[in-house]
Design a protein around this ligand. Structure first.
Ligand code: CP
Ligand code: NVA
Length: 304
């Protein structure tokens, strides 16, 4: 049994398999060709934080594959009244085939997975957002070909997205150029030795984006950090991805943002809506990569 709790749970062969399957499943979806290998399979989605894309992409995705889903908002379950996560894991994974969890601490997800009878997927934690980076990397590959040897520039907070890009870099062979405001940088203890050859920290966003093939950013205040919003608005001044910043990247550079976006904060409206932005495809691809992921976790490397 395999879980997807962080990007590094996959090896490169698995990621490339998922990309191939994503292409196939997306093509079928676009041509209205039904493909339902997960009939009678049930996905439970547990949310402790808000979501639009994650919920819709998983719910639509499992349905298209022939299965069904149950949404559990944590506060409305017995978890909200103190039932241990280990007990919940042992109970619900006797009834469903797959579980996706969006929560605060990665450790909660890990505790659930340790007591689960079925594969568990990380739908975002404070630490990682692996489904999103799967979609982002796929979106790059779909538009520009392999990420091998490419430069991905990250401008903004050292958050769950950045730490997941860091895990993807050594696997997919790209370099990450990072610019974060003072006080919001990478935690070098967390980064450890992993991926060290694959990223470089720059002191300004302009330096980080120079020549990059992909420029990407995210909200300045992630879910769970709302109390810091005002301080962050101050600290992140100068970290808005605008046209001048995009002009420093490679001429055919793409712009990505996992969404939701705050126009005028981390990204200028004309970049988000501009010709280099692929954010809507990126969001759509969440559904296609997660269909490939669910198929893989439940059925293995099928090739039909
Ligand atoms: N990008 C992303 O995960 O969006 P949601 O928070 O809407 O699920
Ligand atoms: N970093 C953001 C991503 C939202 C999809 C957050 O964690 O809130």
């Amino acid at each position: 049994m395999k879980h997807f709790l962080r990007f590094s749970d996959l090896d490169v062969g698995e990621v490339l398999h998922l990309f191939r399957r994503t292409r196939t499943l997306k093509e079928r979806f676009k041509n209205y060709v039904a493909y339902q290998p997960l009939v009678d399979r049930m996905l439970a989605m547990v949310f402790e934080k808000s979501s639009t894309r994650t919920r819709v992409s998983f719910e639509a995705g499992i349905y298209q594959l022939g299965g069904s889903s149950i949404v559990l908002n944590m506060g409305e379950t017995q978890l909200g009244r103190g039932e241990p996560i280990e007990d919940v894991a042992r109970v619900i994974t006797r009834m469903v085939d797959l579980v996706m969890i969006r929560t605060y601490d990665q450790s909660l997800l890990e505790r659930f997975a340790a007591h689960s009878r079925v594969p568990v997927i990380n739908g975002l934690t404070n630490e990682y957002h692996p489904c999103q980076i799967l979609a982002d990397a796929y979106t790059f590959v779909e538009n520009r070909g392999s990420l091998e040897g490419k430069v991905v520039a990250w401008v903004g907070d050292a958050n769950n997205m950045l730490y997941t890009w860091l895990e993807a870099a050594p696997l997919l062979g790209f370099r990450l150029h990072v610019a974060t405001p003072e006080g919001y940088g990478l935690d070098h203890v967390r980064v450890g030795a992993a991926g060290r050859d694959h990223f470089e920290v720059f002191s300004t966003p302009a330096q980080a984006v120079a020549g990059a093939h992909l420029v990407t950013t995210d909200v300045w205040t992630s879910m769970g950090f709302e109390a810091e919003t005002q301080a962050r608005l101050e600290a992140f001044k100068g970290f808005c991805v605008d046209r001048a910043m995009m002009a420093r990247a490679a001429p055919d550079a793409l712009f990505m943002h996992c969404l939701p976006a705050h126009r005028g904060e981390e990204v200028a409206a004309d970049v988000l809506e501009g010709p280099q932005s692929v954010v809507w495809e990126e969001a759509e691809n969440r559904m296609h990569v997660q269909k490939a992921l669910m198929e893989y976790l439940l059925l293995g490397k099928v090739d039909t």
